[in-house]
Design a protein around this ligand. Structure first.
Ligand SMILES: [Zn+2]
Length: 160
């Protein structure tokens, strides 16, 4: 599991050091959702495509509030995160017909969070055999689809 979350985290850490702005807050504030890869905006949270996906369709559900923990988050926000995860599951099912899904939060840097200060829920489709392939090729990830294509398809599937 630790391995699963590691490929993109170093790039996020590197990016964070460079401009020192929380990437989730920066994305939420930016005007161009297609540039930020925000697929959907809801009341308390938004859905953003992972720029360094583990698999095609790797999304994150992120609260607008910059909070690091579940305890610091409003119950309404957490409920909306799960409701969006439900919609994402359905969209991914339609688009990619995966064999399964990973949903996960890494809370704190010791747990593997790339952006430790801002809570986020990873949702990604999985296929039988994708981990076997991954362990063989090290940190090279499977990216059979261009991000811009994934973005357009997910926006359509989520009805935004
Ligand atoms: Zn933030």
């Amino acid at each position: 599991m630790d391995y699963l979350w590691s490929p993109w985290r170093y790039r996020y850490v590197a990016a964070g050091v460079k401009d020192e702005r929380c990437i989730f807050c920066a994305a939420a504030d930016a005007r161009d959702d297609s540039q930020s890869l925000i697929v959907l905006r809801s009341r308390k949270t938004f859905v953003i495509l992972n720029r360094y996906p583990y698999t095609s369709g790797h999304l994150m559900v992120v609260p607008y509030a910059h909070q690091a923990t579940l305890a610091a988050s409003e119950l309404e926000t957490l409920a909306e995160m799960m409701a969006l995860a439900q919609r994402i599951e359905q969209a991914l099912e339609t688009l990619y017909h995966p064999d399964g899904y990973n949903l996960g939060m890494n809370i704190g840097r010791a747990a593997g969070a790339g952006i430790a200060g801002h809570l986020h829920l990873h949702v990604l489709p999985r296929w039988i055999g994708d981990t076997n392939f991954m362990t063989t090729v090290g940190e090279t990830r499977v990216q059979p689809e261009e991000l811009t294509t994934t973005y357009q398809r997910l926006r359509a599937a989520l009805g935004t």
